[in-house]
Design a protein around this ligand. Structure first.
Ligand SMILES: C[S@@+](CC[C@H](N)C(=O)[O-])C[C@H]1O[C@@H](n2cnc3c(N)ncnc32)[C@H](O)[C@@H]1O
Length: 282
């Protein structure tokens, strides 16, 4: 009887000893800044199962050895990818989009130029929402020079963001008129899929960027969105990051963080404006 690839695949043992879990936490903290809490062994083991299967490796310690031997860093990147949390939605924490259109846009009216960065953009809803808000607010939107850099560490979510294809349920809460104006619907099996139109895509450039690494861009940005990202980092990492953001903002530029996040207790030069909204003064 011939042996198929399927039959030769090993069984996966996703047992995670405290020592192995500690090693994984150290790796992800060192490379992605993520401070994985205690007690998430079951979640981590189930997420790593996908990588074990993809690599044809049967235990997590062997998988970690494989990562250590992989000088290309490809598998480490894949491991970080499966361990990130990517929850997002359109118009999440809507107050920030009102702030953008009511406070930031008037300041930019004379130059008609905006430079924005969605740092930790996940599957793209944050930058696409930003474009919808700007296009709905500005009667002369087409004549503005607007660029949005949208970055994430995860190749998987970036691929989805670039594709800009969303199931109906992820557009819940958006007016039908907005959906029709900014998305075209395509039949995908029995479920329609909503695809971002060129007007939404044009101002956005998606790129992979690890916030812990060197940044190639120089700024200055009018607004940096880094929402619901720093919640996964420890205080020293958050402090370093917000100070690096500060250097890339123009004087008067804004840092928007998640509403469950705060800069309280961090050493930083921002002025507090409103919940989760900070400004570089000079
Ligand atoms: C929960 S999502 C937030 C998405 C969006 N900003 C929002 O508020 O809806 C957090 C994102 O941060 C990304 N992330 C985590 N660590 C990162 C790092 N070191 N560099 C870049 N992105 C990171 C994750 O991949 C994930 O997509």
């Amino acid at each position: 009887m011939s042996t198929t690839a399927q039959e030769t695949l090993p069984d996966f043992d996703t047992t995670l000893s405290p020592a192995t879990y500690k090693k994984i936490r150290e790796l992800i903290h060192q490379h992605a800044g993520i401070a994985m809490p205690e007690g998430k062994e079951a979640l981590v083991a189930s997420r790593l199962r996908r990588r074990l299967k993809a690599c044809g490796i049967s235990t997590i310690p062997e998988y970690l050895d494989f990562i250590t031997r992989d000088s290309t860093g490809t598998e480490l990147r894949a491991m970080i990818d499966v361990l990130t949390t990517n929850k997002t939605s359109f118009f999440r924490e809507e107050a920030h989009f009102r702030y953008l259109t009511e406070q930031v846009v008037p300041e930019a009216r004379s130059s008609r130029r905006l430079r924005l960065w969605s740092a930790g953009c996940s599957t793209g809803q944050e930058p696409y929402t930003t474009v919808i808000c700007l296009a709905e607010t500005l009667s002369d939107f087409g004549s503005w020079d607007i660029r949005i850099l949208a970055t994430d560490i995860s190749d998987r979510v970036l691929a989805e963001a670039k594709a800009g294809r969303y199931p109906r349920h992820s557009l819940e809460g958006l007016d039908d008129a907005i959906v029709r104006k900014y998305f075209s619907s395509e039949a995908d099996g029995s479920e329609p899929v909503y695809v971002a139109k060129p007007i939404l895509r044009k101002p956005i450039r998606f790129a992979r960027l690890n916030l812990m690494a060197q940044w190639p861009m120089k700024g200055p940005f009018d607004v940096i969105f880094c929402r619901n990202v720093m919640i996964y980092f420890d205080k020293p990492t958050q402090e370093r990051l917000v100070n690096r953001f500060h250097a890339l903002l123009r004087p008067g530029g804004h840092l928007l963080i998640g509403h469950s996040e705060s800069l309280t207790g961090l050493d930083h030069p921002y002025e507090y404006i409103a919940p989760a909204t900070y400004q570089r003064k000079s």
